[in-house]
Every structure is written in C-alpha cells, then in structure tokens.
Write a protein of this length. Structure first.
Lengths: 196, 601, 100
C-alpha cells in the first residue's frame, strides 16, 4: 500500500512525511537535552560550590572532539548534496567520512572517560561529574545511534539509490538533520561542561 | 481488482509521477502473501494496531482496578484478612491474609501507574486515535506504519516490565506513581523496574505522537482543511503535541533516578541523609525538588492527555445524537489549542508546599486559574450544543451526557487546589484523590466507554446490546459517584492520602472514617457493574445485531466513506473528497437530517 | 521534494565550506576566551552568545532552516517557548524561595 508524500512533497505544506517526522523528533530531543541542561542549572545554582570546567576537563581533547564533530556535520551535508547532484560515489565518500569522524569522536571519549576513571572521578563523585557523565553519555549514545543509521545508509540501505533515488535522498537528508542536531547539542555541551 | 485500480489512480493524482508500477505491484503481491503473524501480530495496519492497543489497555484497566478493589478492603476493614485471595498473596505481601503496609504501597503506586500509563492513555490515544483518526481524515494508514507497529510493541514490553516487577524481591514500585526522591531512590528493586518500564512507555509514546502529528498534517484527504476536521482529530492533534514535548523531561529524570539508584549519583539526593540511624553512601548535593519539577513538567500536561481525547469522543457523540452541529466549533478548537499551550506552564501547582516564594507561587496560581478558562469554554460549548436538540438517548449518548456534569465536578473541585492558600489544607489529602478521579473516572473513563459503544459497529459490523449497555451505564454512574464523592468530605476533614489504614490512627479522621466502608462497597459494586460490559463486549462480536456501515447516520468520514467491516486494506474503496465541515446535521432544506462530509451537494 | 538544480547545490556547497570555517573560528574564540577566566556571569553570557551563533549557523545552513517551511518554524518556536519555561521556571523556585 502506498502512503502519499513519502518521496514527493505535499503541495500545501511543501514537505514530505519524513521531514515533518524528523523535525518533530528533534523538537522532543530539544526537550530531552533541555531537561538535562535545566538540571545542570538548578544543581549549579543550588550548590555551595561548583568546580570550573577548565579545572576538571581535558580542554584540548574536548576542542579536538568539537572540531571532529563539526567536521562530520560538513561531510554529512556534503553527502546529501552529492546525492542531489546525482554523484553516488561522492556520496559514499562523504558518508564514509562522516561515520569515520563519528567513530573517532567516540574513541576520544573512551580515552577521556578512561583517564577520568583512572583519576577516581566517577558519576557518584560529585553532582558536577554526575551531570557531566549523564549529559556526555546520553550525547554519546546519540552519536552511536547516528553511526548505526548512517552505516546502514552507507551500506545495505544504499541499494535504494537504484530503485527509488528520490526517497533515498530524502532518507539521507533526514539522517543528516538528526546528525546536525547531535552536533548542535555538543556545541552547547562543550562550553557548558568544559569551559565554564 | 477494481478497488486497487482506483487506489492507483488516486495515488498517482496525489503524488504526481513517481509511483513506479513495479513498486505498486510488488506492494500488492506482498499484501496477498501476508502470514498470520504479519497480519495480526506484527501488523503495520493502523486498525489492527488500534485493536491491539484497545484489548491490551482494557486488560490493564481491569487489572489496575482490581488492585484498587483489594486496597479498598484494607481501607474499609484495616487489619482484617482479605477474603478469597488473602491466602494466595503469600507471607511477604499479606501474612495470614492481612495486607502489609509495604504491599499496600505497592498496590497504590502500581494502581496509579497502570491506570494512567498502561490503561487510559493507550486506550484513548493508542486505540481510539490509531483506529479512528486515519479514517476520519480519509487516509489509507498512518504516515509511518512500521513506526506504529513499534509503538505498540514497545508499549507492550513496558507493560510487561511493570507487571513482572510485582514478582521481584521487595515487590513492585511502592513510592507512589509520582516516585518522589529521596524515597524512591532508596526503595526496593521494583522501583528500578518502574523506571525501565517508563523508559519503554515514553519511547512508545514518542513514536506514536510523531506518527499522529505527521499523519494529521500530511495525510488529510482532498478538501479536508484544518477547520473541517472533526473535533476528535483536533483533540488527538493537541494531545500528541503534549506527549511529544512534555514526556522527554520525565525520560531525562528517569535516567537520572536510575543513575542515582544504580550508579550512586546524587542528582536527587540531598547531603547528610540518614536512614534508620545509618548515613546513606551518597556524596549528596542533589535536589529532591529537581525530581518534582521534571516529573510534574510531564505529569501536568499528562492530565490534559487524559482529558482531551475524551472531549474529542464526547464531541463526536453529542453532535451525532443531537442531530445538530456542535455549538462553537471554532471556540472549542481554539480552546483546545490554548489549553495545550497553557498546560506546560502550570506544573508547580503540584508543588505549592515545597517552600517556593510568593512571587513564583503567584505566577503558577495565575497560570492555573487561566487554564480553567478553556476547559470551561469546551464544557459550555457541549452544554449549549444540547439546547434545542432532538436528543437520541443511545447508549453512547448516555455516557457522553454523564461526562458533562462529572467533568464539571472534577474541574470545579480543582480550583481550590490551584490556589495556594486552600491548597495548604487540601494538599495530599483525599480531596485531591476525589478531584482527579472525578475527571479521569466519571470523566474520561465514561467518555471512553461511550466511544467503545459508539465505534464498536465500525470495528465489528455489529452493535453492542443496548440493555446490557444501559445496565452498565447506570451501575457505573451511580457507583463511581459513590466511590469518589465522599472523598471530598474525608479530604476536607484532613485525611491524608496513601495511608494504609485509611486514617484510622488520626484523631481528625475519626469522624469521617465510616466513609471508608461506604467507598469500598461502592467500589466493589462498581466492579460488579462492569460484568455486563465485559459480557456484552465479547458476546456482541459474534452475536450482536448486524448493522449497516453508517448505523448512527453520522457525517464524519469513518462512517460515511467506509464500507462495513472488515474494512478494505487501504480503508476506502474510493478515497473520499471532503466538501464541508464535520457536523452538518439538520441542514435546512436537505433531504436527510445529516449531510456527510464527502457527499457532493 | 522539488528537484533542485545542480548550480543551486553547488552554491550551497560553497556556503557549507564558509560556515565550516566560521564554526572553526568561533570554536577557537570560545576556547580562547575561556582562558581569561572571567567571572561566572560574564563567562556564561559570552559562552552562550558564541554557542548560539554557532548553533544558528548549523541550524540555519546545514539543517536548511533558513529556507524551511512555516510549519517547521512554528513547531520549533513552540518548542523554544517550552524550552525557555523548562530552563527558567524550576530555578526560579529556588531563587524565590521561602528559605532565602
């Protein structure tokens, strides 16, 4: 059975279904991370003392990770642009790069967490570390989710390019919107936890 | 096949060039070969999913109600062995058949959780929304059928997680459906299961709300503008936005409470807590109030999730059984939207007693008073819709009519709770229990029953028996009031909620203690009154009177544009086109007293 | 999706590269400012301003929000209102509390 507007846009809204769906999902994600940021504010304001991010965090590593993630956002949008220009091999290249950069981000986070554990800094150590691990951990899970989806779109899912290129391009666009959002969250996370 | 061809044509008209014939044929080939499992268990058809939600939710409602009926024994006869099942509960729950306070607390927490999250919302939104909404907008299915299937199964897993928790050491969650920290953080293992179950349920809800909103925006049939939508669809639309944006903070809070319980964090644990003389092993610095804020940020909009679909159902049934357009459709729509918006900024009226200052308290009192206005607008519109009407007292209409004064009582009793000074006296008393149950039980639940009797013929092709329906109605109506009205009296006397002996130990409760037995007996009679419904529901599937596709002579698409069940895969033999609003009843000069939305003039 | 011409996409590619460069620069700026160890109020303000600019660039250009439909804007504005409520109201009950 064919659901209308999976590939083409509905004339009055100008949108195809998945685009509406992903923006709604991202709205809910704004509220999810918003709740954690709100918790951060409440815990910090209510605390008698709170460490500065620059006292506790590995700023060079965090900065590198910021650059990696922003870079992966560029490669992601380039992978979609490549499909729009009907250049499938370029799409594969850029999407592959996106996935690689994402994995690199997680590898860095692994080293970061390991070092922190080594120094006896666990979630239970203080509310600062509790919110740090929860925020970055949830963010990291979102990166993992993105890696899985993007890998599917790079690999087995990319067969759709042959049968329904329009719909496939839409899928990549939608995955891209999710990925940029994950980048956006980090853009706020990084200064909040590492620099302030 | 004729219907396939017309679908192809309308799809092509609608999508423009782009639907490959090969694709379409493949889809149909797939359809013809669906196994039993793909057709009835892992189905992507919104109608099957709606029924799955409906049956599961009704079972949970029955279970949640049973938990309460057991609790009411302890409240009526504190310390007496529970008859019949007392022996079956075992020594950890009820030694010698006498309920332990710990078990009472489990029953209380799970009753609330199950009724709200596993019963009412899945029925109101998952069942009614899924089945009816696409039909009412002329859609072949939801925008994301596979996501829809996932929604149901994730709900199912969440529900099983909740049920299984009763068998964990220490039993189920026992810190109220509100799971306040720090108590919930140090509670037994069942609380962890509660938190995990909530994560599943919230995920299910999220997937569902994305589907509903996208479907309503994108899949309305030709001619169906937003202001021609049945109020039921508007109600589901606003409800879905509430679910979408209000649940995530509770998900975040749930994750944080899990971290507190499992990773030893102190998100909600203040410094220096000592339990039974032993300091807790937490570094502290956390805030129990943080939990309350995040919980109520969801839980307040949640109550509008409980009421809006019910209002939607009542709207359809009133219009249909008064044979008149709804009075003030536009006002009702605007009121529903405004209600949804305001619901996000009133939550701390659940927290007036937590030490907030007068400025912020005034803010929340003001928004709370303001939010009563749209509810009043909607209720008034319903009442005015009855004026000058030729009322058909069908079984659904009885329930829908009863909803009006019951919701009125529920709403009015909320007013003193929304103002801080009287709330000082009434907070956490039985008055609160009376207030919210009036809205949800004689309110929403009666509307949901109305919906079942109303749409049963669309789902099954047969009507439910009217005599059994009327017995069910009167029994429920009388005993629901018998259960909840005396609670206002007890609450005003100061009887606290969540007391396992119903207040027996308190001097101020003595004069109103006798109501406990009255309430309990009403509850058990209420249980008996559901038997005709249960019998009717199953008996009518095979033995109910067979009826034509538009038995109620209704104007909305689910009645006027579909065939008799089983509905065609794709819902419509021909995709309907809409020419007018949803409630064109008794149009002057028309041949019949109703003009369906899809009928050319 | 309406078909988009190759040239439009090529122009967008140039925009993406420019935005990337801007984001790099802003990242360096925000890290540099943090080394000044400003007092908390000033540090938070500056950091949030820079983050908002960066976020707007990502949202506006990578997510194409700058040319998106009304419906999407409406949903996001609604979300933003509730986000603000969630950020400010809970902490207000702390700041305006009986135990001051």
């Amino acid at each position: 059975m064919n659901i209308p507007y999976t590939s083409t846009a509905r004339p009055d809204t100008g949108l195809y279904n998945a685009k509406v769906g992903i923006w709604l999902f991202l709205a809910s994600e704004v509220m999810l991370f918003g709740a954690l940021f709100s918790s951060y504010v409440l815990l910090r304001v209510g605390a008698p003392s709170w460490p500065h991010g620059y006292e506790m965090m590995n700023i060079p590593l965090g900065t590198v990770n910021t650059i990696i993630l922003i870079g992966s956002s560029v490669t992601m949008v380039m992978s979609w642009a490549s499909l729009m220009m009907k250049q499938f091999s370029k799409y594969k290249l850029y999407m592959g790069l996106t996935i690689l950069l994402a994995v690199l981000f997680l590898v860095n986070k692994y080293f970061e967490y390991s070092a922190e554990f080594h120094h006896g800094r666990f979630p239970r150590t203080s509310t600062y570390f509790a919110i740090y691990y929860t925020l970055t951990g949830l963010h990291g899970l979102h990166i993992l989710g993105g890696i899985i989806v993007n890998s599917y779109l790079w690999g087995p899912g990319s067969k759709m390019w042959n049968t329904d290129p329009q719909r496939f391009t839409n899928r990549v666009e939608v995955a891209g919107l999710y990925w940029h959002f994950v980048d956006l969250v980090w853009i706020f996370l990084f200064p909040t936890l590492y620099l302030l | 096949m004729r219907d396939d061809t017309s679908k192809h044509r309308s799809q092509k008209q609608v999508e423009g060039v782009g639907v490959g014939t090969a694709q379409v044929h493949a889809a149909h080939a797939e359809h013809h070969e669906l196994s039993f499992v793909r057709k009835y268990i892992f189905s992507t058809d919104h109608k099957v999913i709606g029924i799955q939600y409906g049956i599961t939710a009704l079972l949970f409602l029955l279970f949640g109600f049973t938990l309460m009926m057991i609790m009411r024994w302890q409240l009526a006869y504190p310390g007496e062995p529970i008859p019949l099942i007392g022996a079956l509960l075992g020594p950890e729950r009820a030694p010698d058949g006498v309920m332990l306070p710990e078990f009472y607390n489990q029953l209380g927490a799970m009753h609330g959780t199950i009724m709200v999250f596993l019963g009412v919302v899945p029925l109101a939104v998952g069942a009614f929304g899924n089945y009816i909404m696409p039909l009412q907008i002329g859609a072949v299915d939801m925008a994301f059928p596979k996501l829809n299937m996932m929604s149901y199964w994730v709900y199912f897993v969440g529900g099983v997680t909740m049920l299984v928790s009763f068998f964990l050491p220490g039993g189920a969650a026992n810190s109220g459906w509100t799971s306040y920290a720090p108590l919930a953080v140090i509670a037994t293992t069942g609380q962890t299961a509660w938190l995990l179950g909530m994560v599943f349920l919230i995920t299910s809800s999220l997937l569902g709300s994305i589907n509903f909103i996208t479907t309503i925006i994108q899949l309305r049939t030709h001619g169906l503008t937003f202001m021609r939508l049945p109020f039921f669809v508007w109600a589901q639309f606003v409800t879905s936005f509430l679910l979408l944006l209000a649940f995530p903070p509770l998900e975040a809070a749930g994750i944080m409470q899990l971290m507190d319980r499992l990773a030893g964090t102190s998100f909600f644990m203040p410094s220096g807590l000592v339990v039974s003389g032993v300091p807790l092993p937490y570094t502290g610095g956390g805030s129990p109030l943080l939990w309350q804020h995040l919980f109520w940020f969801l839980a307040h909009p949640e109550v509008y999730v409980l009421i809006l679909p019910a209002m939607g159902i009542v709207a359809e049934i009133i219009a249909n059984n008064t044979r008149k357009p709804l009075w003030g459709y536009k006002s009702m729509v605007n009121a529903a939207i405004f209600l949804g918006f305001m619901s996000f900024i009133v939550w701390a009226h659940h927290m007036f007693m937590t030490g907030m200052g007068t400025v912020i308290s005034a803010f929340f009192q003001t928004t709370t008073m303001i939010i009563s206005i749209p509810s009043i607008i909607i209720l008034t519109a319903f009442f005015l819709s009855l004026w000058g009407a030729s009322i058909r007292f069908t079984t659904p209409m009885l329930f829908a009519l009863a909803f009006l004064p019951m919701f009125g009582i529920g709403g009015l009793t909320g007013l003193p709770l929304g103002l801080a000074p009287p709330d000082i006296h009434l907070h956490d008393t039985y008055y609160v229990i009376g207030h919210f149950h009036y809205v949800v039980a004689p309110g929403t639940l009666m509307a949901l029953f109305a919906g079942i009797y109303y749409w049963y013929p669309k789902v099954t092709g047969r009507k439910m028996n009217d005599l059994l329906g009327k017995i069910h109605f009167w029994g429920s109506f009388i005993f629901l009031n018998g259960v909840f009205m005396p609670m206002f009296i007890q609450g005003l006397a100061g009887v606290s909620r969540r007391l396992y002996d119903g207040g027996a130990q308190y001097a101020h409760a003595q004069e109103v203690l006798h109501w406990n037995e009255f309430i309990s007996v009403s509850a058990w009679l209420l249980g008996l009154a559901q038997i005709p419904f249960i019998i009717n529901f199953f008996w009518s599937i095979k033995k109910g009177k067979k009826v034509e596709e538009n038995v109620w002579q209704a104007t909305t698409l689910e009645w006027s544009a579909t065939t008799s069940p089983p509905l065609a895969h794709g819902n419509f033999v021909q995709i309907p086109e809409v020419y007018r609003g949803p409630y064109e009843y008794s149009v002057p000069g028309a041949q019949r007293d109703f003009l369906p939305q899809n009928e050319r003039a | 999706m309406e078909s988009v011409h190759s040239d439009e996409v090529k122009k967008s590619v140039r925009t993406y590269i420019l935005v990337f460069v801007a984001l790099m620069v802003l990242t360096m700026i925000t890290v540099a400012i943090s080394t000044l160890h400003l007092d908390v109020a000033a540090a938070v303000t500056v950091a949030l301003i820079v983050a908002t600019i960066k976020g707007s660039l990502v949202a506006g250009f990578f997510m194409h929000l700058i040319s998106e439909r009304k419906l999407i804007y409406a949903t996001l504005i609604l979300t933003a209102v509730f986000f603000v409520a969630l950020m400010f109201l809970p902490v207000s009950t702390f700041l305006n509390s009986v135990a001051q």
